[in-house]
Design a protein around this ligand. Structure first.
Ligand code: CAA
Length: 248
């Protein structure tokens, strides 16, 4: 008998890294739902027409909205019977040095990048633990490990994600649910392309492998951590940064 496909929800699913994750999980046989802010028609059409994401369902969702996240998880569980894999890939930057940072720039980043992880996990974890299986992968950042000039908001949110990941991993470890984070370095996405050219090129020149990463460099690792066979990896952080930041 063919095993029924795993059901995956990927936030930021239409974004640079999220889209690659959707494509990879779909290629691996998962039934994938991409949650993202309501996309414009052109973006939606491009997603639906791409053979890599054609099978992926799109769900409009603001991950900063607690009640909307409850409804999104309930919707996936109602339509597909369960939610097995949650990938929190929604993230934004509002870069500014602290002395210039507005309250809104702080709030926006914390609301999407960190509250969003709480909002989805809070609602997803109940069903996962009840069913005895779950895979949660939180997409953090190298800049949550090292800090970055102009990113007190983003670095705080991305570092906070690690504490959250480890704490939740402990709570769910005996219930078949793993919780891990991935810390991408500079990946070729609209977010990184939006950086001032000189700063981006300066950072790229220091990456030991000699290039920025591809979204699929991250998606492959998500698929690895989301696999049924990855049940002994939990509370871990996987850095994927081309050697930009090495630690142990
Ligand atoms: N280290 C030390 N000093 C620096 C510096 C750095 N990296 N960058 C700039 N400075 C200095 C400048 O030389 C200048 O010095 P003086 O005042 O002595 O002239 C001063 O800091 C400028 O400070 P300002 O507050 O005026 O900075 P700004 O408004 O000109 O620009 C910024 C600030 C918008 C944050 C800009 O530096 C920037 O865009 N930096 C890039 C931040 C970054 O790396 N973002 C990553 C986005 S991608 C991502 O986040 C994905 C991921 O997960 C990896």
């Amino acid at each position: 008998m063919t095993p029924s496909p795993r059901i995956a929800l990927v936030t930021g699913g239409l974004g640079g890294i999220g889209r690659a994750i959707c494509a990879r999980l779909a290629a691996d046989g998962c039934r994938v739902v991409a949650a993202d802010l309501p996309p414009d028609a052109a973006r939606l059409t491009a997603f639906a027409d791409d053979p890599a994401t054609r099978q992926v369902t799109v769900l409009a969702l603001d991950v900063g909205d607690f009640d909307a996240c409850a409804a999104a998880v309930a919707d996936v569980e109602a339509r597909h019977g369960r939610l097995d894999i949650l990938v929190n890939a929604a993230g934004i930057t509002r870069d500014a040095t602290l002395r210039k940072m507005s309250r809104a720039q702080w709030d926006d980043v914390l609301r999407i990048d960190l509250d969003g992880v709480f909002n989805l996990c809070r609602h997803a974890v109940e069903g996962m633990t009840a069913r005895g299986f779950g895979r949660i992968v939180n997409i953090s950042s190298v800049n949550g490990q090292t800090g970055q000039f102009g990113q007190t908001n983003y670095a705080a949110a991305k570092a906070g994600m690690h504490g959250f990941t480890m704490a939740l991993a402990r709570e769910t470890a005996r219930k078949g649910v793993t919780v891990n984070s991935i810390s991408p370095g500079y990946i070729d996405t609209p977010m990184v392309r939006a950086m001032p050219d000189a700063i981006r090129e300066g950072i790229a020149a220091t990456i030991p492998v000699g290039r920025t990463g591809a979204p699929d460099d991250i998606a492959r690792a998500v698929a690895f951590l989301a696999a049924d066979e990855a049940g002994y990896i939990t509370g871990a952080n996987l850095p994927i940064n081309g050697g930009l930041f090495m630690s142990f």
